[in-house]
Design a protein around this ligand. Structure first.
Ligand SMILES: [Mg+2]
Length: 211
């Protein structure tokens, strides 16, 4: 059990996130193929490979907010498309949200990060919860994080990851009104959103790392 994570743990955690998303490329592509154009896994893989490289350029003692920020920036500039903006923003939100605590990643930092990320993604993408997008995992996860700021980071992440997974599952039953599947309407029912799948993997990886 970890009360909080230090800088080198955060770096290792982000590298694990990248490894798990890269490994999940086929299932993420398949999830997008059912509802969209099938490029989500490839885009995420490309972004994560660039993010790993960006982390490698940072000094050993890089602050936590810079680790998240550089990771997100690299995704944004290499992935292209809506997913690049959206998932780059998720990590890049850490630049500001985590600057008060540059040496450790705490449950409060997690809540600040996810809250800022959800707000930015809603503003940039124009979607809201219920539209069958990654927000259906991210928004409930951010709300859960705000409720568990007194818990150790390991416990907070476990609860947040479980909430994100529920959100991913709930997106299956939604009718897409925004994002990859909006032209399918009711035919989008029965499959989760690929972006929500990515959010769930990212947060579950963080939870497993901190456990
Ligand atoms: Mg796509």
């Amino acid at each position: 059990m970890n009360a909080e994570l230090n800088q080198s743990q955060v770096r290792a955690m982000l590298l694990q996130v990248a490894a798990n998303i890269i490994e999940a490329e086929p299932e993420l592509s398949e999830a997008d193929r059912r509802l969209g154009d099938g490029d989500h896994g490839i885009g995420m893989k490309r972004g994560m490979e660039a993010a790993v490289e960006a982390l490698g350029q940072l000094p050993e003692d890089a602050p936590v907010n810079q680790l998240f920020g550089s990771f997100g920036m690299a995704m944004m500039s290499t992935m292209g498309g809506a997913s690049g903006v959206v998932f780059g923003s998720l990590f890049r939100a850490g630049t500001k949200a985590l600057k008060e605590s540059p040496e450790s990643f705490t449950s409060q930092g997690l809540a600040d990060l996810l809250t800022a990320a959800a707000e930015t993604v809603m503003k940039r993408g124009g979607a809201k919860p219920g539209d069958k997008t990654m927000l259906d995992a991210l928004v409930p996860a951010s709300e859960k994080a705000a409720q568990v700021t007194d818990a150790p980071i390991s416990e907070a992440l476990a609860q947040v990851a479980a909430t994100a997974a529920q959100g991913r599952d709930a997106s299956s039953e939604m009718i897409a009104t925004m994002g990859r599947a909006k032209t399918l309407g009711e035919r989008s029912i029965g499959h989760p959103d690929a972006g929500a799948c990515s959010v769930a993997i990212i947060l579950q990886t963080m939870a497993d790392f901190a456990a």
